[in-house]
Design a binder for this molecule. Structure first.
Ligand SMILES: [Zn+2]
Length: 186
């Protein structure tokens, strides 16, 4: 999948986690929510640092250079459960809160999860070499990916609306919808 698909799917995964765990959209939580979203954009694209010439490869320099020197193959180590656990462990050593650590890990896992919708598949059980995929065989940057990205975008808009709605004063459904469209028209 392309980096923009990964970012949207990552935001959908992180926001779903926050909403489903009852994380409140209170004013004092806004900074942490913003950091969670920023971490999501970074960690949802990071696994593709294993491809030096890709969008992520250029942005995650020198990590991409190190992976290339070590001979790490695309959709191998960085797309595995093992590496996800390493990332999780390293994040727990930082001053980040549990919510932020989990947001980053969920974003990271969302990357290899949606890569399994592609034709190529991923080595999720690396160092085992076998590749896993869902059998949906979506081509990278093809019609299937555009459709997939737009479905994720629609779900992201829906879950954001569900999250934001209780905090809108009871001003009627039309006013709520107006707020919703204004919220996304930036
Ligand atoms: Zn990938």
């Amino acid at each position: 999948m392309l980096y923009n698909t990964h970012m949207i799917a990552g935001l959908l995964a992180t926001e779903s986690y926050l909403v489903l765990t009852g994380y409140e959209l209170k004013t004092e939580n806004i900074p942490e929510i913003c950091i969670a979203m920023a971490l999501t954009l970074v960690f949802s694209t990071m696994p593709d640092a294993d491809q030096r010439q890709s969008w992520a490869g250029k942005r995650f320099f020198p990590l991409s250079l190190i992976l290339s020197i070590l001979g790490v193959a695309h959709r191998g180590l960085t797309h595995s459960l093992l590496f996800t656990l390493v990332v999780w462990y390293l994040l727990t050593l930082t001053p980040l809160s549990d919510v932020l650590v989990l947001s980053a890990v969920i974003a990271y896992a969302s990357h290899w999860f949606i890569d399994m919708f592609n034709v190529t598949g991923i080595q999720i059980l690396y160092p085992l070499q076998m590749k896993f995929k869902f059998g949906t065989n979506i081509d990278v940057d093809g019609f299937g990916e555009v459709l997939f990205r737009n479905i994720c975008l629609g779900l992201l808009a829906l879950i954001t609306f569900i999250w934001v709605k209780p905090y809108i004063t009871d001003i009627g459904i039309i006013e709520n919808l107006k707020f919703f469209f204004r919220f996304f028209s930036i």
